[in-house]
Design a binder for this molecule. Structure first.
Ligand SMILES: Cc1cc2nc3c(=O)[nH]c(=O)nc-3n(C[C@H](O)[C@H](O)[C@H](O)COP(=O)(O)O)c2cc1C
Length: 172
């Protein structure tokens, strides 16, 4: 049985894309067929059995491409299992405690009834786009706080949940 999972992401400087790739690779290894795409490039979600949508956080919001994706595909998303992730905190807090969700993500959750959300540490380096990014790096607050093992572990939880939801249910 083939179960197709879309991993859609919005990333300005590439670090969220790498987290999304970790989710996709982990689900691949768990036996799912994955499609990793920038959220802005996805025209149709109907052919997927499940969706993972992630975005970088900038000034307390998801990037526009992820917000638009959630709005455009809301009917399809509400009809299938969906997981969300945010990447952002430039410190270790994402590994230490639950990070409060930004308001826009809570609104998306209310519309699509997701199966879970995770916040992962972010990454900001000297080559990041934008004056604000450079100011943050210059003030010594940049760095790479991503924990790929934690992201892979979260994806394995998704795999277990999907297996119960879709594989076991279809066999019954
Ligand atoms: C201008 C600016 C604003 C940011 N705002 C937030 C924020 O509100 N919350 C947060 O957790 N991280 C924030 N970050 C950190 C980014 O989310 C982090 O660098 C992330 O990994 C960027 O992802 P990307 O490389 O995929 O664009 C901000 C970074 C910049 C440069």
């Amino acid at each position: 049985m083939t179960i197709k999972v879309l991993i859609a992401y919005a990333s300005k400087n590439g670090s969220t894309e790498e987290l999304a790739r970790t989710v996709a690779r982990t689900l691949d290894k768990e036996g799912f067929v994955t499609d990793l795409r920038p959220a802005a490039d996805v025209l149709d979600t109907e052919m997927y059995d499940a969706v993972v949508l992630g975005s970088a956080l900038y000034t307390g919001r998801w990037l526009k491409d992820a917000r638009r994706f959630a709005a455009r595909h809301r009917t399809a998303l509400a009809a299938r299992p969906v997981w969300l992730f945010s990447s952002g905190p430039l410190d270790a807090t994402a590994n230490e405690r639950d990070i409060p969700l930004v308001a826009g993500v809570r609104r998306i959750q209310a519309r699509i009834d997701d199966r879970g959300h995770a916040t992962f540490g972010g990454c900001l380096t000297a080559d990041a786009e934008g004056r604000m990014a450079r100011m943050i790096v210059d003030s010594g607050k940049g760095g790479d706080f991503r924990d790929f093992a934690a992201t892979a572990a979260w994806a394995r939880e998704i795999a277990a949940d999907l297996y119960r939801l879709l594989v076991v249910a279809r066999e019954d």
